[in-house]
Design a protein around this ligand. Sequence first.
Ligand code: PXP
Length: 238
Amino acid sequence: MPELMVNIDHVATLREARGIHYPDPVFAAGIAEMAGATGIIIHLREDRRHIKDRDLRILRDVVRTKLNLEMAATPEMTKIAASTKPDMITLVPEKRQELTTEGGLDVIKFAGKIEKVIAAVKKRGIAVSLFIDPVEPQIRASAGIGADMIEIHTGSYAEARTARMTKRELDKVIRAAVLGKELGLGVNAGHGLHYHNAREIAVIPQIDELSIGHSIIARALFVGLDRAVKDMIEVIKK
Ligand code: PXP
């Protein structure tokens, strides 16, 4: 069964709705870890719309499990990663107008740029994951370029509207996970996973970690973060 990495961006989203100092994502990280999360994920976006540089600095200090920094493959972010040293980074595509990360990274098109980031951060002992769609050439390109891991984008699976489409998208994720492992990559998955659709992804034996944010933070509003994290662990470990 995969491990649960909890994305706490949306604690910061709530804070930034008022531009004040609470709720603090740093507290959320501690509670999620105590509830059994095996890692904490934050996305430091170029526009700093939720997570701020201050959050990254403090979280690097206090997170005792594993800190995964999602970031765009830019020189600014590479510098920040190299100096704060999260345990791992996940490279994601980033567009200013999007509500959330919309598609996987195009590792083939942006190979040069991505390769530079990988080389720079790996020198500092930071592992690198690439967030990609479950598409064979992207997986092969990720292995070829020196990534340690891939994160398979499960958005199309999560958004599929019929049972047939869901099955088709799930099959793509399964094939991607199998190929990733065959190529020697660590295989993670995430985006759009919630309490009613994460199980099917969690049972794929090749998947090492699930990256889940919105559904956990949303549930936490009603039951508290400790319970929301434990409920998700129950879903994926059952
Ligand atoms: N993985 C990546 C690369 C993401 O960008 C996000 C969204 O921040 C997630 C996973 C988590 O998605 P969700 O919030 O839908 O669980």
